[in-house]
Design a protein around this ligand. Structure first.
Ligand code: FES
Length: 159
């Protein structure tokens, strides 16, 4: 019963977002952004509501959600760590930075630690190129990442 209530509530909140954006040109992506903002991810129960409103199949909506890694299919962890993988950061060693985060957290990009503490995501330029390699922890920019700083961030993200 509780599961059904949650699913009904998700459908109702989704329908309200869809109604606000339905008249936009190419409404699917803005609707998905709106839903991710609302729920922190794109819940499965939102898909049929979107498909019905846009007159497309649920599989098409699912395909778009899967194609764009920005859309989470499950709730994020308590902290979200985004590690820049764009050109300037690449040239300053962001591959090694990402490898160190993966190793210390025991997860890959687009995964959440089993204890729910942190979700690791790639991001493509944070506008912090002068401070490459850079990352964002819960929206807070951190730059010039070295081993010590990475370890501090991991400790904070696990808290
Ligand atoms: S390339 Fe990483 S902040 Fe710009």
């Amino acid at each position: 019963m509780a599961v059904q209530q949650a699913s009904t509530e998700i459908a109702a909140r989704t329908a309200s977002i869809v109604r606000r954006m339905l008249d936009l040109e190419g409404p699917l992506l803005p609707i998905l952004h709106g839903i991710q903002e609302e729920f922190g991810h794109v819940p499965q129960d939102a898909l049929p509501v979107i498909a019905g409103a846009l007159n497309i199949s649920r599989a098409e909506v699912h395909g778009v959600v899967s194609f764009y890694h920005d859309y989470r299919k499950a709730p994020a962890g308590r902290h979200v760590l985004k590690v820049c993988q764009a050109e300037s950061c690449q040239s300053m060693g962001s591959d090694a930075v990402a490898a160190k985060f993966r190793q210390l957290l025991g997860i890959d990009f687009h995964e959440t630690a089993k204890d729910g503490s942190v979700t690791l995501e790639p991001v493509y330029c944070l506008g912090l190129c002068a401070c490459s390699p850079a990352a964002l922890l819960d929206g807070r920019p951190v730059g010039r990442l070295d081993d010590e700083e990475i370890e501090e961030i991991v400790a904070e993200a696990r808290s």
